[in-house]
Structures are given as structure tokens and as C-alpha cells.
Write a protein that binds this ligand. Sequence first.
Ligand code: MRU
Length: 366
Amino acid sequence: MVTLEDLKQIVKPKLKPILWDDEKNVLTLLDQSALPFQNNYVDVRTPEEASLAIKLMKVRGAPAIGITASYGMVLSLISSKPSSLEDSISILERAKKVLDMARPTAVNLTWATSVMLESSRHAIEQGEIKSVNELITLLKVQAKKIFDDELEAELKMGLYGLEKINDGDTILTQCNAGGLATGTGIGTALAPIRVAHALGMRISVIAPETRPWLQGSRLTTYELMTDNIPVTLIADTAVGLVMYKGMVNSVMVGADRILADGHVFNKIGTFKEGVIAHELGIPFYALAPLSTFDFKSKANDVTIEERDADEVRTVRGIPIAPEGVKVYNPVFDVTPPKYVTAIITEGGIVYPPFEKNSLKLLSKER
Ligand code: MRU
């Protein structure tokens, strides 16, 4: 029986996508917009820089943007040097607005900035801190906790997800829901795959390219090849055929937002994988930490991000369509609960009916 402690020793990813320097007060991000062609790191010193890095997708993936935003909150106080605790709260409120508007769909972003703001207010109200320096120290601890909790949650999802993997399986994923997307080097959908690989199971991954931003071809393949996990790249249009031909044992995807009733918001293309998997009797799992759950919204309330038309008109700067062609570029979709076999979180595996079972899980976890 493998334990969480065992996993901490044996799952050792090589990539370090997010680094915080506590002496210099600098957040350093592996620039995902340049991978795998260049291995550049960018330094972030203000909430505005953090927000821009999220908007330009130098850092991307729901948990990774949550972690970046939490350090963006720390940096707001360090860069503005407020003179009082009252001013500190105004600065944090402003930083939260700047960070929250970077991208709309992943709930981890607003979740992380809310945790940072609320823990500051709480500590001040309770008299636990008396100075701006003490508040900065508290927020550094809180941001590190968000990062550390994410890592722990991913290892737990890895263990739960392992129950759904057999030796020799091939798993289809979507986008990049690996260590790059979470900042930890492990990932959500890729966590059980990393665990199975570390335990010596023969396992392989099929990665659709994930047009238009190519997270699958640029990032998932790079991340898995770096850690010697077998991966095959396919065009997005090949998804149906590989499933129909019996080449896929299960689908494992991440999520940017999961509603209480089991609607899963994830990278564009996920919905069709859910429908095809359902039609062909292939299990479809969404893996996400509880920070990705949104227990308040209904499916129609959620904003699906639309990005620049040139992402579709070009491939990495090279035109592939007539200049000025009209484009629609939604970058997430929603998979209704009917197509979701189970949702795997750090608290356990949630099966339908999701409304009842996810609320039960949440009350157990918090
Ligand atoms: O637009 P992106 O690259 O930020 O979208 C990322 C995804 O859709 C991921 O699947 C999701 O954030 C889960 S990450 C572990």
C-alpha cells in the first residue's frame, strides 16, 4: 500500500515553474509562452507585473495563476511600502482588483486573492499583527501555504487517481494540466500518471495539440518528456479516431472551475472528449483541488474567456488564414455532469449525483 509519505520521496519532477525568493522579494516564473523553444525565466516585482504575466500567459493553468496572484498580493505591500495597516488594506484591495481582472474563468485566481485579503483583515481585527512588516510576514506565510497545500493536494489526487489506472493504460488528456499548470511540477490530471510512472507501471499519455495556444503540443509533451513519461502528440482532430480505435483507456483532464452540480469548465476541446468518451464507454475523469470548486455559480453565470483573434488566424506568428477573417476564439468550454464519470480531488473521488456528493465531501474537508 503506497502512502502520501512514500510519494513525497518518489515523485520528483524536474521542472520548477514558480520560484519565490524570500530574501530579494522576487517571484520568478518559467515563461510558458516561450516553451519548449526557449527556457526563459521572468522576474515579477509588483501586482501589475504579476497580472500582466497571467494575462499574457507567461504563467497559466488554474492553480499556477492562483499561486502567482497570492504572491502578487504580497508584492503589492512590498512595492508600495504603506505607512499604516489601514493603508495596507486599501493597497491589498486595489491589488486584488488588478489581479482578478487578468483572466476570468479559472476560479483559483479570485479564490487566492480573497484568501490573502481575508486573512489580512482577520489578523488585523483580531490584533494578531501590529505593523506593516508583520502583515508582510503573515502574507508570505499565507502565500507559501497556498503553494504547499496545492502540492499536497496534487499528491493526494495522484493517489486517488491511481485507483483508476491499470498497468499498461494509455490516458488521453487535454491542454496542459501538469506541473507547469499548477506551479508545483506535478499537476492535477497528470498527478496519477506521474505516480503510476514513479511506481514502475507502464503508462503512456496521448496529448492533443490544443489549438490555438498549443498547450498540449508545446507544454504537455515537453513536461512529460523531461520526466521520461511516454507521450504521443496528436492533432486535435484525431481525438475521435484514437478513442474509436480503442487506443484510450481513460480520459483525465484538469479544470478551471467545477460547479457543485458537476459542470466542469476546462480548456476548449474538453467537452467533445467527454461526449465521445461517454458514447464509447470510456471513463472520463476531471481532477482538481477543492480551490477550483465554485459552489455559488450556475453554468450560465460563468464567463468563458475569449482571446485575441490572431491566436486563431496565425500559428506562432505565421498567418494561416486570410488577413482580417472574422474569428471566434473562446478558450474554455463546459462539460455537463452527464459526461463526467467522476471528479477526483484531494478529499477523495466524487461520483454522481455530484450536487449531493461534492457538498458532502466539502463539509468533511473544511
Ligand atoms: O488557458 P490555460 O492554459 O490557462 O488553461 C489551462 C487549463 O485549461 C487546464 O486544464 C486547467 O487550468 C487545469 S490546470 C491543472
